[in-house]
Design a protein around this ligand. Structure first.
Ligand SMILES: Cc1cc2nc3c(=O)[nH]c(=O)nc-3n(C[C@H](O)[C@H](O)[C@H](O)COP(=O)(O)O)c2cc1C
Length: 252
């Protein structure tokens, strides 16, 4: 089994590892000239952003030459995945692929404008992440399939989410609005964890125009020096099973 993952704060990497198989970061695969994946089962694990997958994952599904009998896509999310399953089906079809199975694992929500991280951590036991993963793994082992129906209500949600993506939450230049304060020690961690190599650290931190809005830079800053104007949380997050080095390695 081959698993390809995208992660900002480690949730999706953790789920990818728990599913098992040969695991590859999509940020690295996307730097290859050709992406050819042939396996009996192939899985994608990524966060849900505004009911969608990261833009890089959509691009990956278009670019990658994937040959498999069993393709699955697993989102990690915090509160509500909206029409994400329908978006997964459409994204696979756009890439000429048939999605066999889709699911989502509810974990810590790292969306700083929406949630207080400490509260997310305090209420995490209620989400029973391990129980969710065990069921997911059993489904995949049994090669269960899901059918995603796209009715009128789902189409409306998908339209709304597209608008959100385009206009508000997910803009490739979103990082232009990140603020770096005087606590920054120019350590470069933000640049090393960025899946799109969008950050350059010299005498100051500079953000480019290819942000995935994964918040890896913000959550992994050792000095909490990177901020959003509208953040609701002073606390930062990385999945407890994932190290800073794991994230850096995934982007090398
Ligand atoms: C820009 C952005 C948008 C998000 N949108 C949603 C959403 O629509 N629904 C949801 O439940 N969680 C949302 N989240 C939370 C993430 O999907 C969740 O924390 C995920 O597990 C993070 O995965 P990672 O640790 O692999 O990066 C969003 C997070 C970010 C940064």
């Amino acid at each position: 089994m081959t698993i390809c993952y995208f992660t900002g704060t480690g949730n999706s990497l953790y789920v990818a590892r728990r599913i098992g198989g040969d695991i590859y970061p999509i940020s690295q695969l996307m730097r290859q000239h050709e992406i050819v994946i042939k396996d009996e089962a192939v899985g994608i694990v990524c966060p849900c952003y505004a009911g969608e997958m990261p833009m890089m994952v959509r691009d990956f599904l278009i670019r990658a030459d994937i040959e498999t009998d069993y393709l699955f896509l697993i989102y990690t999310y915090g509160m509500n995945y909206g029409a994400a399953f329908a978006n997964a089906k459409v994204a696979c079809e756009d890439g000429g692929l048939k999605l066999s199975y889709v699911n989502a694992i509810k974990m810590v929500d790292n969306y700083l404008p929406g949630f207080e991280v400490q509260n997310q951590l305090d209420t995490l036991p209620k989400k029973d992440v391990e129980g969710q993963i065990e069921k997911l793994v059993a489904d995949i082992e049994a090669r269960r399939t899901t059918e995603v129906k796209i009715g009128g209500g789902t189409k409306a949600k998908m339209r709304m989410q597209k608008a959100l993506m385009a206009d508000r939450i997910l803009k490739r230049d979103a990082a232009k609005e990140y603020m770096v304060n005087e606590d920054c020690i120019l350590c470069g961690n933000c640049a090393r964890v960025c899946p799109t190599n969008n950050i350059n650290v010299t005498d100051k931190v500079r953000f480019g125009l290819n942000c995935e809005v994964c918040y890896a830079c913000i959550h992994n800053c050792p000095k909490t020096a990177i901020h959003l104007k509208n953040e609701k949380s002073a606390v930062r997050y990385r999945n407890e099973h994932v190290t800073l080095q794991d994230l850096v390695k995934g982007n090398e």
